[in-house]
Design a protein around this ligand. Structure first.
Ligand SMILES: [Zn+2]
Ligand SMILES: [Zn+2]
Length: 293
């Protein structure tokens, strides 16, 4: 059996490579429209990690004609950060897009390797802070990340297990800008990881499959496994769970009148006196955030 549209050799989901690429790009276009994710005039910063998801974000947004630049953080993880940076540079060359790289070590004097525990949560705080600050200081309107449907539902389950109401209130596909926080968008919010992988392969997008060595301990990887197991019984379980969340998310609403302030050290928006980035990295005075490339 060949492609259901043209009869050529099947690549995935009953479609040839060319028709699969079309199908995937249409899915992304539909999501962008459905959730009013992006405007044509917006200057977009895409945070790229070296992996397939964020690289596919940059690839598809460039093909769809959006105004984007790339941002990468060198976390200084042995055997991982070097490989990631190499793939990121390849991507920026092929797409002919500006690439901004910041080194965690230049800013904090340390790398993720120097952290003793909670690597994934500190890594998350670090990435969110640096991409937001870089985007904010350099005139970008929006940050797009590579989070996909599998990420979203596994993080949601994790936040439910911890009854983390604050984070449960933030699983939207679009988080609007406020104070010094830029708007954040997940264009793959409704798209499964496997579809993104097939797209990356079909388009020959450069990416690394190297995994961060700390990630294998992450419990969210187990949640992904349960979902894939449940999917055998109910094909649409991930999307149903996600849409159920969107329908009922008001039950997780946090105080709208909460007043953010400015971090006493770096001046960025913070819930407390010192922001979580300055706190975890024990930053004593403000720094300049400059990119290397
Ligand atoms: Zn075809
Ligand atoms: Zn701070």
């Amino acid at each position: 059996m060949g492609c259901k549209l043209c009869g050529k050799e099947e690549f995935y989901k009953g479609l040839c490579k060319e028709h699969y690429i079309n199908y995937f790009e249409n899915l992304v276009k539909k999501s962008i429209k459905k959730y009013s994710m992006l405007k044509d005039s917006e200057k977009i910063l895409v945070s790229v990690s070296g992996g397939k998801d964020s690289h596919a974000v940059a690839w598809v947004l460039k093909k769809l004609g959006y105004d984007i630049e790339l941002f990468h953080i060198n976390l200084g993880i042995k055997n991982f950060s070097e490989i990631s940076l190499k793939e990121v540079k390849k991507l920026s060359n092929i797409l002919d897009l500006p690439l901004h790289v910041v080194n965690l070590k230049d800013i904090t004097g340390k790398t993720i390797e120097n952290v003793k525990k909670k690597h994934c949560s500190i890594c998350g705080i670090t990435k969110r802070y640096l991409m937001n600050r870089f985007g904010y200081e350099n005139g970008f309107d929006v940050i797009v990340t590579g989070h996909n449907l599998d990420d979203e539902v596994s993080f949601m389950i994790n936040n439910i297990l911890n009854w983390d109401i604050v984070h449960l209130s933030k699983h939207d596909p679009v988080l609007p800008a406020h104070d010094k926080f830029l708007k954040k968008v997940k264009i793959f919010y409704e798209i499964e990881e496997e579809l993104i992988l097939k797209y990356a392969l079909a388009e020959n997008i450069p990416f690394t499959t190297a995994e961060c060595k700390y990630r294998k301990d992450a419990i969210t990887l187990r949640h992904r496994m349960y979902f894939n197991e449940l999917k055998k019984y109910r094909e649409n379980i991930k999307l149903q769970f996600l849409h159920g969340y969107l329908k009922h998310k008001d039950i997780f609403k946090v105080d709208d009148n909460f007043k953010f302030r400015e971090c006493e050290i770096c001046g960025m928006t913070s819930a407390g006196k010192i922001c979580s980035f300055c706190r975890v990295w024990k930053i004593k005075k403000n720094f300049k955030l400059q990119s290397q490339i």
